[in-house]
Design a protein around this ligand. Structure first.
Ligand code: HEM
Length: 180
């Protein structure tokens, strides 16, 4: 579906492999949805930390994070909470397509770049970079997974997260002459 959208956006003028523009990006809703859904299931920064400046009631007051303690924010678990993302383990970019279930999500339920005054300053840049890269590679290649989902779920968590086995993918050149 992402490649069909790329073919529509880049296929018309005979310059299928031209650089991506910001106007193109606004039309590439599927690429946007894939990047968002990937960061939901596999947030590059799986946890964040904050120092509690005051006593903070948690879970409706059942617990208190006392002033001065270090609070871990588990973005990875937040993103897999079934109350926030139904069928949370399913890779379903459709959630982030216009009208999808995640487009009307609760605030602070999706935080790949954290939130607040110390949130990632590079978030919009990183997102644009990922979308341009994917929109470029998917015009040239069909990308097939070489790692199983189980392998991808075997993750080493630290400041950033990585699958223990690495990522394996195959790139199959597309028949792009047909677009010229
Ligand atoms: C997929 C790519 C990226 C992800 C998922 C990501 C995520 C994050 C997260 C979760 C934080 C912690 C914020 C907090 O504690 O509230 C952070 C901090 C930060 N990020 Fe990123 N980041 C990415 C790319 C980038 C890029 C490309 C840049 C620079 C161009 C950047 C610059 C920063 C800086 C400077 C901070 C520290 C902000 C502060 O402490 O005030 N990040 N990032």
């Amino acid at each position: 579906m992402a490649q069909r959208q790329l073919d529509q956006v880049f296929g018309g003028g005979g310059d299928f492999l031209r650089p991506v523009t910001t106007a193109d990006l606004s039309q590439l809703t599927m690429i946007d949805a894939i990047v968002k859904e990937t960061l939901r299931l596999f947030p590059t920064a799986p946890v964040g930390t904050r120092l509690a400046a005051e006593d903070i009631p948690l879970a409706g007051g059942r617990y208190i994070a006392p002033r001065g303690c270090c609070v871990f924010l588990a973005f990875y678990l937040l993103h897999r909470n079934p109350e926030l993302f139904p069928d949370p383990d399913k890779f379903d970019p459709g959630r982030f397509l216009p009208g999808g279930s995640a487009t009307s999500r609760r605030s602070c339920s999706y935080l790949p770049f954290s939130t607040g005054p110390r949130r990632c300053v590079g978030g919009p840049f990183a997102t644009m970079e990922m979308k341009i890269l994917l929109a470029t590679l998917l015009r040239w290649f069909r990308i097939l997974p070489g790692s199983s989902r189980e392998e991808l779920e075997s993750i080493s968590f630290s400041v950033t997260s990585h699958p223990l086995t690495g990522y394996r993918v195959s790139f199959i050149p597309r028949e792009i002459q047909s677009f010229k």
